[in-house]
Design a protein around this ligand. Sequence first.
Ligand code: PGA
Length: 251
Amino acid sequence: MRFYLAEDYKELSRKAARIIFSQVALKPKSVLGLATGSTPLGMYRELVKIYREEKLSFSDIKTFNLDEYYRISKENPQSYYYYMHKNLFQYVDIDEKNINIPDGEAKDIEGECMRYEEEILKAGGIDLQVLGIGVNGHIGFNEPDLKFEALTHLVELDETTIKANSRFFESQERVPTRAISMGIKTIMHSRKILLLANGAEKVDAIKEALEGEIKPQVPASILQLHPNLTVIADKEASQKLSSSIKNRKYN
Ligand code: PGA
């Protein structure tokens, strides 16, 4: 694991965007796994800047998003389809056919989950997967207690997740209670993983994920076993991490 301690959210976002930039510079046909939520917003802004200034091209890139709410339309501003277009895709030269997001409106959800896994395989697997972390230690929408071996599947959202995500909705009652999410197994098959954590509310989740016991009650703890994990955390989120983690050299 490589650990990068960022001074603040801005530095975290810049560093994360530079890692994606390097990935794409080295392999223009990269397959990127992307995340939504508040954490990667700054990273997407930085990526758009890099795209504009340094002419990074997304034209050969394929993307796979981690998750999508169940029974939400693409036009709904709360959908992750909408989020990705609003925050990144509309600004860059990505080919729409290279964008993959689970279809939350699919009639046959099981078929949709299998199709998603097949598309990832057909693309040659994910080169670099970006992850945020939930206050409950979830990654994607893999909530505590879910089996580590799951592939893309329909999940029931945890109370804590519904509460945390209610800030994006008119009220907590409007937050969907289910979602389609890549499974832990899907995520762990990515060649590289970039985990981002910022803010004091992530302090316990990141501590348990990186230094606690590896167990399904803390889904992100499985990342300790990934052979190519980079973590970027800001000072607030890192407050409880031991110095042996914080002093790991990042190069
Ligand atoms: P956040 O969500 O970036 O909005 O904090 C992270 C997550 O739930 O994975």
